[in-house]
Design a binder for this molecule. Structure first.
Ligand SMILES: [Fe+2]
Ligand SMILES: [Fe+2]
Length: 216
């Protein structure tokens, strides 16, 4: 059975101002609240991406001991800095997500200080362009699960959905990201999934070349 039953959570509306509503500051923010807000703020992509990251964490974490609740908070919150509600042009979305989690969200939960530090550091270091090593098991799992979600059929779908309606530009971004991630996996299960997904991407690119007659 999944460690993350919230995958089957049925969304119900929650106020965009929930976290700042006078009178609610004293109420503890739960993981269910964070799920709802991730769905609300994350456009069409943020919540499904976080769910896939958690599903991947389960698949790549064999033999690794980690804090499951901290992992869930980190997965749902890790891209909030890229959501329109918070994003600012030129900002580092991982650093911004970590700052939002540290200052606005996690102090309102029942998490102890050392767990908050684990979550914030995992979020801060999740981006593949960050050269720092992972700060602990939750950080390592978040990074490698997040990397995997850029690969394979889902990785292709994400890049094309991101747009613009300009296939060469999307492919350029897809290939650059694929190449940047190719040798970045350290966990054996993540390496196996990455290898399969990289093969899928190569196959797709070959088909695209064949079927487009050079006119993409
Ligand atoms: Fe991210
Ligand atoms: Fe992400």
């Amino acid at each position: 059975m999944s460690k993350f039953p919230e995958f089957h959570f049925q969304y119900s509306s929650i106020s965009a101002c929930y976290l700042h509503t006078p009178g609610l500051e004293s109420s503890l923010v739960t993981i269910e609240d964070i799920q709802k807000l991730t769905r609300e703020y994350g456009q069409a992509w943020g919540y499904p991406h976080a769910c896939r990251v958690l599903a991947l964490v389960e698949r790549i974490s064999e033999g690794i001991s980690y804090d499951i609740l901290a992992m869930r908070y980190a997965a749902y919150l890790h891209d909030w800095g890229a959501f329109p509600k918070f994003h600012t042009p030129g900002s580092d979305h991982a650093a911004l997500s970590a700052e939002i989690a540290r200052t606005q969200i996690l102090p309102q939960t029942s998490m102890p200080a050392h767990t908050i530090d684990i979550i914030v550091e995992a979020i801060a270091r999740h981006d593949y362009r960050d050269p720092r090593p992972p700060s602990g098991p939750e950080s390592l799992l978040l990074r490698e699960a997040d990397f995997l979600d850029f690969l394979g059929a889902i990785g292709i779908a994400r890049e094309l959905a991101w747009g613009p309606n300009d296939i060469p530009r999307c492919l350029e971004r897809l290939i650059a990201r694929r190449d940047a991630l190719r040798n970045r996996f350290t966990l054996p299960a993540a390496q196996a999934i990455a290898s399969r997904r990289l093969t899928e991407m190569d196959h797709f690119l070959n088909l695209l070349s064949e079927e487009s007659f050079g006119a993409v």
